[in-house]
Design a protein around this ligand. Structure first.
Ligand SMILES: CCC/C=C/C(=O)SCCNC(=O)CCNC(=O)[C@H](O)C(C)(C)COP(=O)([O-])OP(=O)([O-])OC[C@H]1O[C@@H](n2cnc3c(N)ncnc32)[C@H](O)[C@@H]1OP(=O)([O-])[O-]
Length: 237
């Protein structure tokens, strides 16, 4: 599930809870969606923080459901779109791990604050799939195409430090990233809507060189990854 808490100072906290690694199950996805709706429609909420329970952000889709259905029937991309459409700033507080769909959820947020020992990555390739919830669009916007390709096709986890250098994470902290994210959200929620608009315009300008911000993985990209990841098919290249 995802717990919604209305904090003091005009903030809302959405906490993913699905032991042991807060994986995104159908129930968790529904909880995030409903919590976001509550936060967005409440005029007294000025900023939102998303975090995980028990010291871990999220290890991606719940592979227990994948084993049963052989596919992920979770519309996480719609949730990411909703966060991006929303004018209220959303901060991801990354403790320990943000993998797969968990990283896509964090990339959808406007800011990411991680613990120094956290790790992030896209392990989808190890399950024979690609990030399908906007990760293939959002990651290259932040780190450029070569670095994004490397992370997506290797499936490797990287440290918070490397993620900070690449631009995936905005800030790393040695203290509790949830507390830090709440403080940060409080600070930016005090900014005028004009200042926030200027910041989001600057982000949009920076990423516009990579084309339109939304969309699904193109057929060409899928074919490209397919050739790169299926042994034997690369021979003719
Ligand atoms: C939504 C849109 C589409 C998105 C797709 C994706 O995200 S694809 C990417 C999907 N994500 C992945 O492919 C990540 C795969 N997972 C990993 O790489 C590692 O397990 C780890 C790095 C998360 C933790 O390593 P570690 O050495 O610290 O610990 P450990 O390995 O011993 O695991 C501890 C416990 O956690 C359990 N559990 C773990 N992950 C999941 C999960 N996703 N789900 C459910 N459960 C999960 C694991 O079964 C075990 O349970 P047990 O036996 O105690 O009842």
């Amino acid at each position: 599930m995802a717990e919604f808490t209305r904090l003091q100072n005009c903030l809302a906290l959405i906490r993913l809870r699905n032991p042991p690694v807060n994986a995104i199950s159908t129930t968790v996805a529904r909880g995030i969606k409903e919590s976001l709706q509550k936060a967005i429609t409440d005029d007294t909420v000025k900023a939102i923080v998303i975090c995980g329970a028990d010291g871990i952000f999220c290890a991606g889709a719940d592979i227990r459901e994948f084993k049963v259905h052989k596919t992920f029937d979770i519309q996480l991309g719609d949730i990411v779109d909703e966060i991006q459409r929303n004018k209220k700033p959303v901060v991801a507080a990354i403790q320990k791990l943000a993998l797969g769909g968990g990283l896509e959820l964090a990339l959808g947020c406007h800011y990411r604050i991680a613990h120094a020992e956290a790790q992030v990555g896209f392990p989808e390739v190890t399950l024979g799939i690609l990030p399908g919830a906007r990760g293939t669009q959002l990651l290259p916007r932040l780190v450029g195409v070569p670095a994004a390709l490397d992370l997506i096709i290797s499936g490797r986890h990287i440290s918070a430090n490397e993620a900070l250098k690449l631009g995936i994470i905005d800030k790393i902290v040695n203290s509790d990233p949830i507390e830090e994210s709440i403080k940060f959200a409080q600070r930016i929620s005090g900014q005028s809507s004009q200042e926030l608009q200027m910041t989001s315009d600057m982000v949009a300008d920076k990423s516009s060189a990579l084309g339109p911000p939304k969309g699904y993985t193109s057929k060409a990209t899928i074919e490209f990854f397919f050739y790169l990841t299926v042994p034997g098919l690369c021979c003719g290249m």
